[in-house]
Design a protein. Structure first.
Length: 310
């Protein structure tokens, strides 16, 4: 959707600042609103830090860099914008408040996408008089690096909105999936939650340390998952017979493993054990240093696979 050139980002924390950098790189003008008194400093600093990586990934549009403008109200920020990415804190009252503020100022065909990870579209729609141009556009942190966006609409959504949103996100370098049925956590967060639950169970039962469980993922199946999803990988796992043969061969094993999976719940004791393990794994590295290492690794993986996926 190259004809959408003016966008708004509402809520400019880590997620909103990352969206801002990506939209600017794609040549989109970005209007930013956040209640923080340091919004301009924070966002401009984030964009400057992210820009070399965006260039390295080939995500910066050669023709132009979008303009960046800051506003004191959400209502003013959305005026004239064709696309709005909303990232305010995940409190339903705050969502409803900002939707009520921006709705009278939106362009008739503007699309509003929420980055919400824990709230349901149907409960957010209650903050609109007319929710037909509002959908879920849930990214993964940081949005300027991780390609995935989960899209969710429902019977209250105009028919063209999903297709326009998909085209816009593709235009700025994203990969989208459609969530066809609303469930808490959407798709990818539920998959993350399932894996982390078993990781916690293994640590809590003394099967392995936090560091070794993490190592088992990044040096094992995590590498394969960065290439293909689990079902496709298992389709390849039994040779020419594909997934049919794989299921025949491993049904008993998987059913046995599933029966033995843990079902822990986060509590102060488990949180403390995880925190100790994470600090041991991190060594002397700070959060900032670890984040930088993460981003360098993700950038390298994206660069190495970009030509193969295009």
């Amino acid at each position: 959707m190259s004809d959408i050139t003016k966008t708004a980002v509402l809520g400019a924390g880590v997620i909103g600042a990352s969206w801002t950098a990506l939209f600017l790189a794609a040549g989109k003008d970005v209007n930013v609103f956040d209640v923080s008194l340091t919004t301009r400093e924070d966002v401009e600093g984030y964009v400057a830090k992210a820009w070399p990586t965006l260039i390295e990934l080939g995500l910066v549009t050669e023709e132009r860099r979008g303009s960046l403008t800051f506003f004191d109200s959400a209502g003013e920020a959305v005026r004239g914008c064709g696309f709005v990415q909303e990232n305010v804190p995940e409190q339903i009252e705050l969502k409803h408040e900002i939707f009520s503020e921006i709705e009278p100022n939106l362009e008739p065909e503007a699309i509003v996408c929420s980055s919400a990870s824990g709230l349901m579209v149907q409960e957010m729609q209650a903050g609109w008089k007319n929710p037909s141009r509002f959908i879920l556009g849930h990214p993964f942190n940081p949005p300027h690096l991780i390609p995935l966006v989960e899209l969710l609409a429902n019977e209250k959504t105009d028919e063209d909105v999903l297709e326009i949103a998909e085209a816009f996100y593709r235009d700025v370098g994203k990969v989208t999936i459609r969530v066809n049925k609303e469930v808490p956590g959407h798709v990818a967060n539920r998959l993350q939650a399932a894996l982390w639950r078993e990781a916690i169970h293994l640590v809590n039962e003394g099967v392995a340390s936090v560091e070794d469980v993490d190592t088992a993922i990044w040096s094992g199946p995590g590498l394969r998952w960065a290439a293909m999803g689990p079902t496709m990988l298992f389709h390849l796992g039994a040779g020419k017979g594909g997934i049919d043969t794989f299921c025949e061969r491993y049904t008993q094993s998987f059913n046995r493993w599933w029966d033995d999976l843990g079902d822990p719940r986060l509590n102060p004791d488990i949180a403390s054990k995880l925190a100790r393990g994470a600090r041991e794994e991190a060594g002397n590295a700070t959060i900032e240093e670890l984040s930088a290492t993460r981003d360098v690794l993700i950038t390298a993986m994206l660069k190495s696979t970009k030509s193969l996926r295009s």
